[in-house]
Design a protein around this ligand. Sequence first.
Ligand SMILES: NC(=O)c1ccc[n+]([C@@H]2O[C@H](COP(=O)([O-])OP(=O)(O)OC[C@H]3O[C@@H](n4cnc5c(N)ncnc54)[C@H](OP(=O)(O)O)[C@@H]3O)[C@@H](O)[C@H]2O)c1
Length: 247
Amino acid sequence: MRFKDKVVLVIGGNSGIGRASAEAFAAEGAHVCLTGRSQKTIDETVAAIPGAQGFRADIADIESNADVLTAIGDAHGRIDVLFVNAGVGAFVPVPDVTAEQWDEIHDVNLRGCFFAVQKALPLMAKGGSIVITGSIGSVAAVPGNVIYAAAKAGLRAVARTLAVELIGQGIRVNMVSPGPTETPIINRSGLPPEGVAGLRDLMTDAVPMKRMGTPAEIARPVLFLASDEASFITGIDLYVDGGCVEL
Ligand SMILES: NC(=O)c1ccc[n+]([C@@H]2O[C@H](COP(=O)([O-])OP(=O)(O)OC[C@H]3O[C@@H](n4cnc5c(N)ncnc54)[C@H](OP(=O)(O)O)[C@@H]3O)[C@@H](O)[C@H]2O)c1
């Protein structure tokens, strides 16, 4: 029960890694608020987590989290743990990248995530913790991944700067960078079904453990970094990737 009575906000908490983390935080006693875009999966997730509250908010709109922040402010007056996890993927080879595709991904994965943190800061409790979902894509050379890789590399820089700026307020900021993980994001890559199957094979083969991770396997390190167990850790990027980056 590391999060007993803690107030946890999961941005992008209605699917995959975010949902697994929201469930795990709640199982350890947290009051969980979560956001996402799909009302259907928000409702399903909230129904599965006793006491959780869900809010529809698109982080590409930097004012979109106003409702959830007001609700948390009114009910609790603080956020103990902010998990910024929302993200979208895109596989486009360099010659085909359009400015619209670039902006669409960066508006969520970089600009949106930065402003989600900035807007939540007035509510962050001293001694609180921010965890941001990165990706090994920020350091791996993967053909077709230029838009996503650039956004996640930018987010890594954002996390470092936040960590140093917030250290005086007792707020730790860390990143968890998953390797290939079995979540709905793969079906949302814009590839046709045969492309998705090929992508899954390619991703699995690239993992030294020769399998994809599960959302729960990413959630566990997220909770560790968010908890007081990680009280002397700030500014890191933890690869949770079956050995992809280091082996
Ligand atoms: N799965 C992997 O292999 C992998 C690897 C490395 C990094 N990651 C990162 O892990 C994070 C979670 O992804 P996942 O794999 O769990 O995929 P997922 O199941 O597709 O979850 C993505 C989450 O982000 C939310 N989201 C996306 N765009 C949003 C927006 N504009 N505003 C608010 N919420 C938004 C989604 O909500 P809706 O469903 O309502 O849109 C959903 O909750 C992402 O940051 C992703 O880049 C994943």
